[in-house]
Design a protein around this ligand. Structure first.
Ligand SMILES: CC(C)(COP(=O)(O)OP(=O)(O)OC[C@H]1O[C@@H](n2cnc3c(N)ncnc32)[C@H](O)[C@@H]1OP(=O)(O)O)[C@@H](O)C(=O)NCCC(=O)NCCS
Length: 248
């Protein structure tokens, strides 16, 4: 197996016991295991709008030289993965959604692609742990600067994952066969920070209101907070002008 990046104990939600785990960078040899995790996760999704599965070919590219994939093993069994993808000149490069047109910039874009953890091992913050390792490994190549990701409103664990690594919401768009998706973004060299004095909140399912906040008003989303049973997203003005086209 590849270099182990982290070890520890994970609680299994089904039997309540703790099991040793290893987090490691995966290789193309792990394709079937990654595919297997994705199949389990898709079969057990409560809401199919939350996760749009990646085709095998894209998972393979993320395991090869167009990306980085981090996995978590319990014994020999892969229980979760997180991938990063370098989209280059593909038409689904998320830089295009922010008005990036310069091919040089587009080649410095990285997507936080798919993350999945099988139900028995959820609740251990595995996605957040694997994302941190994936960003560190991808950074080692020095080849990307602009980090993007899409997340479904209501996928609170995934939103938390992006906020945890300092990403901000810059758009709310219809993507992937007409599902609403937040576009998360960060410029690793010149990170967007916010002026919290301008904070305003919105329920994450209030699509029109959030599009107004992001588009016309020009705020970015930087955190989520629980309010009773629901979750609200916090928006604020960037502390300084950004070089990106953030409005619709
Ligand atoms: C998304 C996914 C990978 C996260 O798994 P995980 O790492 O085990 O996530 P956890 O259950 O540990 O939750 C992580 C954080 O999100 C929070 N969270 C989870 N569900 C939440 C909810 N409904 N409301 C608010 N916060 C929530 C947790 O409280 C935790 O934060 P905390 O540690 O500060 O309390 C997993 O749920 C999954 O595979 N889902 C299906 C596939 C998917 O949606 N992938 C992401 C899109 S590509």
């Amino acid at each position: 197996m590849a270099t182990v990046l982290e070890t520890g104990l994970l609680r299994n939600q089904e039997d309540g016991r703790e099991y040793p785990f290893e987090i490691a960078e995966l290789t193309p040899d792990n394709l079937d295991a990654v595919w297997g995790v994705q199949e389990v996760v898709v079969d057990t999704l409560e809401d199919p709008a939350l996760y749009y599965p990646d085709p095998k070919e894209l998972l393979l590219q993320c395991l090869g030289n167009r990306g980085v994939t981090i996995g978590t093993f319990v014994g020999q069994k892969l229980v979760g993965f997180r991938s990063i993808f370098f989209p280059g000149d593909r038409s689904d490069n998320l830089g295009l959604d922010l008005g990036m047109t310069d091919p040089e910039l587009l080649h410095r874009v990285a997507h936080l692609e798919r993350a999945a953890v099988i139900p028995a091992y959820r609740g251990n913050r595995l996605q957040i742990r694997m994302t941190s390792h994936a960003i560190r490994r991808a950074s080692a190549s020095g080849r990307w600067r602009y980090l993007f990701s899409t997340v479904a409103p209501g996928n609170f664990a995934s939103m938390k994952d992006k906020f945890a690594v300092g990403m901000v919401i810059v758009k709310l768009l219809l993507k992937y066969a007409d599902y609403w998706r937040y576009v998360f973004y960060q410029d690793i060299k010149a990170p967007i920070t916010v002026d919290e004095a301008t904070k305003t909140c919105s329920g994450s399912r209030e699509i029109a209101k959030q599009r107004e906040i992001l588009g016309r008003i020009g705020l970015v989303g930087y955190a989520q907070e629980r309010e009773g049973e629901s979750v609200v997203v916090c928006y604020a003005h960037p502390s300084r002008p950004t070089c990106m086209v953030l409005s619709d």
